[in-house]
Write a protein that binds this ligand. Sequence first.
Ligand code: ATP
Ligand code: MG
Length: 359
Amino acid sequence: MGVEIRVEGLTKSFGRQVIWQDVSLTLPAGEISVLLGPSGTGKSVFLKSLVGLLKPDRGNIWVGDRNLPYLSERELYETRKLFGVLFQDGALFGSMNLFDNIAFPLREHTNKTEAEIKRIVMEKMEMVGLIGAERKLPGEISGGMKKRAGLARALVLEPEILLVDEPDSGLDPVRTAYLNQLIVDLNAQINATFLIVTHDINTARTVPDNIGLLFRRELVMFGPREMLLSSEEPVVRQFLNARRVGPIGMSEEKDVSELEAEAKMGADPGRLPPIPPQLMPSDGRIRPSQHPPGAWLRAHGIQPPPGSFIDEMGRNWIEEWPRLVAAQGGTVGAAAGPGQVPPPGPPPQGAPPAGGPHR
Ligand SMILES: Nc1ncnc2c1ncn2[C@@H]1O[C@H](COP(=O)(O)OP(=O)(O)OP(=O)(O)O)[C@@H](O)[C@H]1O
Ligand SMILES: [Mg+2]
């Protein structure tokens, strides 16, 4: 059912360059989280720290009951087996065909027979839609196929945690949409804890259960999707709505004169756009870790922007949800879990403070 990762006060620098500091967040077991941030803010460094490839200067990374930065080589090796990782560059071996690339972790880390390996590799290749391409070399396939091959390779050891660095970079919008669907379907099937780094705003808005944003060497905010999509915090708002008005400039930070000019022009960040419904698995079943639409907003007394939770077919997912839950036996998803029920009594006042709550 996936393993929770709890990051506490994590700081990383290279020489005198601080990449980020005092990062705290919890990746809930089995849920999909997305990490956003301008280029160069240290998203890839964060992923590499989570698998123990880079050592933080300070802080804790709890993977279950093991604190990664303090493990011996041997313990670290064992803990890494919980992870499947797709790095930003895909990192397929150019001289190996796709089958051998995907089989590689099994041949390295297990004593499985070739027959077992074949069964597992073919199963994962089918999951990511690569049947028939077993004998192709990485140089002979498209960018989208490389990403999917990398994903299949990250899945062969049945990871409890899946880290994926920009699965959608370099893909066209249609392929990105398919990949997003694949990620949601995979989560429904394997139930692992997912962390996805992306620059794609549509992915960030529709795929995850949680969103985090890195900016100016800090984790500006991390929390449920609905919390960030309804946030008025300027950086969060600008980033998640892909707007020019706000604190983020072309070279990451706008300077004072740019911000003053904007203020003089009365640049208005505008109204928050509707919150889209979350992408469902393609078989229509609710993921075990999925939260009911609107639940976080209701629990915090926040009105969603008009038009929220309505899909392109005009269906309102807040209305559809009880029907879906009933159709699936009434005890599915985070819908059934404790803590998801809005608290009784009057809702708390106003939006949560910027920067929190870090779960
Ligand atoms: N091994 C390393 N040694 C020194 N500096 C590094 C190392 N790895 C990354 N950096 C620096 O850390 C910073 C963050 O890099 P990182 O690759 O994590 O950014 P990112 O947020 O993933 O960017 P992008 O969105 O472009 O992929 C950069 O300034 C980079 O040069
Ligand atoms: Mg990166």
